[in-house]
Design a protein around this ligand. Structure first.
Ligand SMILES: Cc1ncc(COP(=O)(O)O)c(C=O)c1O
Length: 411
């Protein structure tokens, strides 16, 4: 867990400006939010300071331009927080994300890095000022050129086509290797075909999410060098994608600076020194900036039945083979935190639907005396948690609050 120096952070405007309408009530702590909360559903909190700190780290140290992958969590308060921290570029995938970014950060630069887009999305994106598009097939390349290749706008910004490279999954906990990207001869001929359109050329890759091996990025940059040389084309940008990890209990990745150093070293070694370098972090910017608060409705042995689950904001927390951080908040006692005095025990968390998949196996270390009415803060749901929540079966979080404290704390 990163420890934050609040004095060095740009405080998001909605924490300090009473006139700013973020749509979020702000509480000093989760405990204060719980004391004020009179709803029955689970709810979510955002820690803007943690998000701003992560953004500052990337903006100061990543060796290129930082794009926020909006899919990780599109909440407007997150976009505002990132903007206030100095982040100006956003990776979007859909018309809804384009409109959301334009509305929330009107001067933002957007990149449409989804390799498959509808024709309407292409036209909408172009009208919204987007000139950077990913592709990984001749059909998608043709679609892009047919829809927007002939257009010319007053801004005169050139069209840039980013070929999505396929990579075998390395040390990423969540593979993104199964669907998008091309390699070998197909990549070479697509690069040449894109060059023939007169557009500028880029290459984009994604090593997979929550990647625990910085060297995976070096291997990817080396692969880009080989393909560019074989194709005999000039690149104007190289996008290193997302995949930057955070720590979960029992799972500590190498320090972020190691990733930045390996990428910087690889770019130099492979001669990518005079082109635009991009990165598209999602998880690393907002996962630690959000938690879900669930209430225990019933205890059966070591199973705690809670009011959110995998169809709400806990899909990742219940699906992957890593455990999310938890802590108890007990409202009836001063000692509501796990302060080391109460013995702990491993629990499973049972989601509220009848589906047998709706179980978070953990084990989640919580006080042995967990009981009905206790609240559990499930940390690190700021990325791919809150953004996925549905109202299946009428359950799921229905409120989001901002917390002025610096974050979830030690895990
Ligand atoms: C194109 C693209 N960019 C960026 C990301 C963000 O990845 P991460 O959250 O692992 O940083 C994703 C995640 O799926 C993606 O598909």
């Amino acid at each position: 867990m990163t420890h934050l120096d609040s004095a060095s952070l740009a405080r998001p405007s909605f924490l300090t400006d009473p006139d700013h309408d973020s749509g979020l009530a702000v509480f000093q702590s989760v405990r204060q939010a719980l004391d004020a909360y009179d709803g029955d559903d689970a709810f979510c909190v955002l820690y803007p300071q943690a998000i701003a700190a992560a953004a500052t780290q990337f903006l100061e140290r990543f060796p290129g331009q930082v794009l926020y992958a909006v899919k990780a969590n599109p909440h407007p308060a997150i976009l505002q927080t990132l903007w206030a921290a100095g982040l100006r570029s956003f990776d979007v995938a859909s018309i809804a994300e384009i409109d959301l970014v334009r509305q929330t950060a009107p001067d933002a630069k957007m990149y449409l890095m989804h390799p498959v887009k509808s024709r309407q999305t292409l036209r909408h994106a172009y009208a919204a000022g987007i000139r950077d598009f990913a592709y990984d097939s001749a059909a998608e390349l043709a679609k892009i050129i047919e829809e927007i290749g002939g257009l010319s706008a007053a801004d005169d910004a050139p069209l840039r086509l980013h070929l999505r490279l396929a990579l075998a999954n390395g040390a990423a906990k969540m593979s993104l290797a199964g669907k998008f990207g091309v390699e070998g001869g197909e990549a070479v001929s697509l690069l040449r075909a894109a060059a023939a359109t007169g557009a500028e050329l880029g290459i984009t890759f994604h090593v997979g999410s929550q990647c625990h091996e910085p060297e995976d990025y070096r291997r990817a940059v080396g692969r880009v060098r080989a393909l560019v040389d074989e194709a005999g084309v000039h690149l104007s940008s190289l996008d290193c994608g997302g995949g930057f990890p955070i720590a979960y209990p029992g799972m500590t990745p190498p320090p972020m600076d190691t990733y930045f150093a390996v990428i910087a070293d690889a770019l130099k070694a492979y001669g990518f020194t005079d082109i635009d370098i991009l990165g598209e972090p999602g998880r690393a910017l907002c996962a630690e900036g959000g938690s879900t608060l669930v209430r225990v409705e019933l205890r059966k042995g070591d199973d705690l039945y809670i009011n959110d689950g995998i169809y709400g904001s806990l899909f990742d927390a219940g699906t992957f083979d890593w455990v999310f951080p938890v802590k108890r908040h007990r409202l009836t006692s001063e000692n509501d935190h796990t302060d080391g005095a109460t013995p702990m025990r491993g629990f499973r968390l049972m989601g509220p639907t009848c589906d047998s998949h709706d179980i978070l196996r953990g084990p989640f270390q919580l006080p042995v005396d967990m009981s009905e009415g206790d609240w559990i803060e499930i940390g690190h749901t700021g990325a791919y948690g809150q953004a996925l929540a549905s109202r299946f079966n009428g359950f799921g979080p229905t409120a989001v609050f901002a917390i002025a404290e610096q974050g979830f704390g030690d895990i």
